[in-house]
Design a protein around this ligand. Structure first.
Ligand code: C2E
Ligand code: CA
Ligand code: CA
Ligand code: CA
Length: 273
């Protein structure tokens, strides 16, 4: 398909041409950024909905480029996967997040779990080695690392399960990200060595219209399988109250906090309401 594009390039409209040029620039700049570790991380608090205490954070990568401006991870992560730099990028994220976790502990902040997003492309032996090496290098205990993986790895469930088991042996926590939007069947879910389901934001947003049937179902299932749950994308008081009536344990979203560079020093989280 790529050749066809190149052959036809002379017929492209200038709009299409600009798009292609922008993409090429983005690829080049992304390669450079990965080489120079030209990113930073923000951290979004995860709150225990019963006690209002912050129990963890999710690390979210940010990239601001001189030429291209601010580019969202939703845009550049897929490109990083395509051009083969996602491994280096993930290694940087993992190490930076672990160092931050260590720093917070040294500052006397009650230990927080740090969620790190792992691209499904990364599921493999190399990831296992990377996690081991990073924990050793940074000195953070494995139990404070929470790897967030979307269900798309389930395209090859047997291999994925094999790798996830190895990660569990290291002692890290495993969460399924964007739960409910992907492929995993119930029978697969039972076999997965994971600890937590992160209910996708879309279900939280629709929750008050559909009487929460989907969220309720996910919570029932999680209880049954003894899995923890994080509700993602809580934006309003109403959503929070409804989740409380469903006894959802942990939540995350703009209602509590946007992703921030530094978490509040106290573990008791005072929501802005
Ligand atoms: P995600 O893992 O589902 O992360 C949650 C996204 O929802 C974040 O967007 C976060 O800023 C946003 N969010 C949090 N609370 C709310 C809310 O209440 N309302 C709304 N509307 N949005 C909320 P962000 O930071 O733009 O990241 C987008 C996606 O990019 C992430 O989705 C994740 O898949 C990917 N990503 C981010 N950082 C990394 C990373 O370090 N590595 C990898 N592989 N992927 C990353
Ligand atoms: Ca995530
Ligand atoms: Ca998510
Ligand atoms: Ca997502």
């Amino acid at each position: 398909a790529k050749n066809k594009h190149i052959q036809g390039a002379q017929f492209y409209s200038s709009e299409k041409y600009n798009e292609i040029r922008k993409r090429a620039t983005m690829e080049n700049e992304l390669r450079k950024a990965v080489e120079h570790k030209d990113f930073h991380l923000l951290y979004q608090p995860q709150i225990d909905l019963r006690t209002n205490e912050m129990v963890g954070v999710e690390a979210l990568i940010r990239w601001e480029n001189e030429e291209l401006g601010f580019i969202s991870p939703g845009e550049f992560i897929p490109i990083a996967e395509e051009i083969g730099v996602i491994g280096q990028l993930t290694e940087w994220v993992l190490e930076t997040a672990c160092l931050k976790g260590k720093e917070w502990q040294q500052q006397g902040i009650p230990p927080l779990r740090i969620g790190v997003n792992i691209s499904p492309y990364m599921i493999g032996e190399e990831l296992v080695l990377m996690v081991e090496k990073t924990l050793e290098k940074t000195g953070l205990e494995a139990k404070y690392v929470d790897l967030e993986i979307t269900e798309s790895f389930m395209q090859d469930p047997d291999y994925a399960i094999h790798i996830l088991k190895k990660l569990k042996e290291i002692g890290v926590r495993l969460s399924i990200d964007d739960f409910g939007t992907g492929y995993s069947s119930l029978s697969n879910l039972r076999k997965l060595p994971v600890d937590c389901l992160k209910i996708d934001r879309s279900f939280i947003q629709e929750m008050l219209e559909d009487e929460g049937v989907i969220v309720k179902t996910i919570l029932d299932m999680a209880n049954h399988l003894k899995l923890s749950v994080v509700a993602e994308g809580i934006e309003t008081e109403d959503q929070l109250q409804f989740l409380n009536t469903l006894h959802c344990q942990v939540g995350q979203g703009y209602y509590f906090s946007r992703p921030v560079a530094e978490v509040p020093v106290t573990s008791r989280f005072l929501s802005k309401g």
